[in-house]
Ligand binder design. Structure first.
Ligand code: ADP
Ligand code: ADP
Length: 220
């Protein structure tokens, strides 16, 4: 049973293919890793899945809907952390969390506060006065708030120091325990190894390999 499926999904800018004939499936309840260097097409794929970008060709289905036609239905069922998350600078951390929890159809204030607490975040500070790492934690607390069936994280551990990185990975693992599906992109193999059930390797817009994690270990 899959929650994401793409068939030959392609996005071109002129003659340049940011994503070229990408076919993959993400199964319900798994942690799916999208691994590749900068520029590989990870963000392009994610934005196509949410309907923020229009595909050139191919098919996509997310939680039962085609993001090209029903992006509103898709986004109701997905919590998404963009790579360049922007937060209202004038608000305090707590206000940001309450605001986004109220905005999302699956929002849950207590849950988002719990996540912030787990990340040891000072919520009394205004976003404008937070460090990059604190803003990233706040963005994570926002995205882990809604109880959506699918969570898509674009480079969630970028800008974080190693101890917080570990905390993020353990948050991802607890989502799976609650039956949610998580898809996350990274250019760091080790964190994909630690967390994911299956992984797709992207390079220059092409899906070069799909692996079940156990197979990766066997081949080492
Ligand atoms: P990743 O997330 O893996 O770092 P991206 O999906 O952001 O990669 O980018 C894939 C490729 O598409 C990159 O080479 C990038 O420069 C290119 N690209 C992304 N957006 C555009 C755009 N609007 N116009 C032209 N090229 C783009
Ligand atoms: P400035 O610092 O230029 O005076 P403000 O603090 O008034 O900007 O923010 C203007 C709006 O831009 C804010 O409401 C916020 O939503 C958005 N914004 C701009 N940059 C960022 C950022 N780095 N993080 C979050 N939100 C931002």
């Amino acid at each position: 049973d899959h929650i994401v499926q793409t068939t030959e999904l392609t996005k071109r800018y002129g003659n340049f293919a940011a994503l070229h004939r990408c076919s993959l499936e993400v199964l319900r309840g798994e942690i799916f890793g999208l691994l590749g260097p900068n520029g590989a097409g990870k963000t392009t794929l994610i934005r196509l899945l949410l309907g923020y970008l229009h595909r050139t060709s191919g098919e996509a289905n997310v939680a039962g809907y085609d993001p090209a036609c029903d992006s509103v239905e898709v986004r109701r069922r997905v919590a998404y952390l963009p790579g360049d998350a922007r937060l209202p600078r004038h608000m305090r951390g707590r206000g940001v969390l309450e605001f986004f929890a109220q905005m999302h159809p699956c929002g849950d204030v207590q849950r988002t506060l719990d996540v912030a607490n787990r990340l040891d975040l000072d919520l009394s500070r205004r976003v404008a006065f937070m460090s990059t790492g604190m803003r990233q934690k706040l963005a994570l607390a926002v995205v882990f708030g809604p109880r959506t069936p699918l969570l898509i994280l674009d480079e969630p551990t970028a800008n974080l120091d190693p101890s917080v990185r570990g905390e993020v990975l353990s948050l991802v693992l607890s989502e799976r325990d609650e039956g949610r599906t998580v898809m996350f992109s990274s250019h760091v193999l080790s964190e994909i190894e630690q967390t994911c059930d299956r992984v797709a390797f992207l390079r220059r817009g092409e899906l070069v390999r799909k692996l079940v994690m156990e197979d990766l270990f066997q081949r080492h």
